[in-house]
Design a protein around this ligand. Structure first.
Ligand code: PLP
Length: 380
């Protein structure tokens, strides 16, 4: 077996350590069951309650709006930031395609910025070189859960008078220089997709700083209709914004409300596992953990990514030892929809064949991580 493509997904039984596993609290199952026998299963009171809880923890006084997915949240943020035809948006090259595809819907020009080698986050020095008078926004992703250099990025955004849209799909609970992610920029998006820290099956949240834009977002989430005015049952509810159907359901919110209660324990366990990787991989030649050694920010520990020589050999070795690994994200400029590959991203070029994501989820224990590190230590 010498190609990644030949590696099928592993079965989570039989002692295999799989890459991801959803975390579903028992209370979420009860809560969904209860919700299913109420009047509201679509967007109802539970969505509102979930937003309120979320705001308390992650918004620093900003408003939160719950949506059908993180992708919905990003698309909505791009609409609210008034990104349209041929506007340039400086965005990360290394991320889930969901970060950048909604920009294409708005017919914007995605200008890819390179990664930093230490974190695989967007490189502010390159962002600075790319921003110009046509740039409408900067998008960043906190890769794996480690915050980007927000001070440098915020400074650039401020100088040019443009917003930052943070893709915090991996980064719920992360902290940058004492500030919780969600409390820094104009817009921050979170994802509750199947394998995220908090899952609602699929779901997302957008934190919005500007209160007028928040009002607008509430309408756009639901076709452009003002839902509170609609309840009055009289015709005085014109639609002035083109909206779509981006809302979260109460079934999803029931899961989210249960998960948010357990979140602190989930985050603590994930951080413990990541720390065990850091300890176990230390001093092994030919491999380094991405994003370690930062003392001014706290990791949300969603991914454990390593930079490794002879990646395919390590993947095969791990697999022989019943351990799944994968690349998870691919540089977005490889995809034709973004115009095909460019060759002026030297950091991305240099790690493209070297990064690998190792298992990290709440079904694992520290001894699983120790076993993985021992396998790696024995060579590949
Ligand atoms: C970095 C990043 N951005 C955006 C998304 C999209 O979020 P969702 O799947 O909730 O639409 C994901 C993955 O799911 C992601 O990993």
């Amino acid at each position: 077996m010498d190609k990644v493509a030949e590696m099928p997904l592993m079965d989570e039984r039989d002692g295999n350590i799989v890459l991801f596993y959803p975390h579903i609290p028992k209370s979420a199952i009860r809560s969904v069951e209860e919700t299913l026998s109420t009047r509201w299963i679509g967007q109802g009171p539970k969505v509102q309650k979930f937003e309120e809880k979320f705001e308390k923890k992650y918004s620093g006084g900003r408003r939160a709006i719950a949506l059908g997915s993180g992708t919905d949240a990003l698309h909505l943020a791009y609409i609210l930031a008034d990104i349209k035809d041929n506007d340039e948006v400086v965005a990360p090259v290394f991320t889930c395609t969901a970060t950048n595809i909604p920009l294409l819907y708005e017919r914007a020009k995605v200008v890819f910025a390179d990664v930093q080698l230490g974190t695989l986050n967007i490189d502010p020095a390159h962002v600075r070189r790319l921003v110009n008078e046509r740039t409408k926004a900067i998008v960043c992703v906190h890769y794996g859960g480690l915050p980007c250099d927000m001070q440098e990025l915020s400074q650039i955004a401020e100088e040019w008078g443009i917003p930052i849209i943070e893709d915090a799909a991996h980064a719920i609970g992360a902290v940058y220089r004492g500030k919780v992610i969600g409390t820094i920029s104009e817009f921050t998006m979170f994802s509750f997709q199947a394998i995220k820290h908090i899952t609602t099956g699929d779901g997302g949240m957008l934190i919005i700083k500007d209160s007028d834009l928040y009002e607008k977002a509430q309408k756009i989430r639901w076709f452009g209709i003002d839902r509170s005015a609609k309840q009055k049952g009289i015709w005085e509810n014109d639609i002035k914004e083109i909206g779509y159907k981006y809302q979260m359901t109460d079934i999803a919110a029931a899961m989210g409300l249960a998960a948010i209660e357990e979140f602190d324990q989930v985050l603590a366990l994930r951080r413990e596992l990541l720390f065990a990787y850091e300890k176990g991989l230390r001093d092994i030649p030919g491999i380094r953990l991405v994003g370690s050694g930062y003392t001014d920010r706290e990791h949300a520990a969603w991914l454990c990514t390593v930079i490794v020589e002879r990646r395919i050999n390590l993947q095969n070795k791990l697999r022989e030892n019943r351990i799944e690994s994968n690349q998870v994200h691919y540089r977005n400029d490889r995809y034709s929809i973004f115009g095909g590959r460019r060759n002026d991203l030297p950091n991305m070029d240099s790690i493209e064949d070297k990064y690998l994501v190792l298992p990290l989820h709440t079904k694992m224990t520290v001894s699983d991580v120790e076993r993985i590190c021992e396998v790696i230590r024995s060579g590949w």
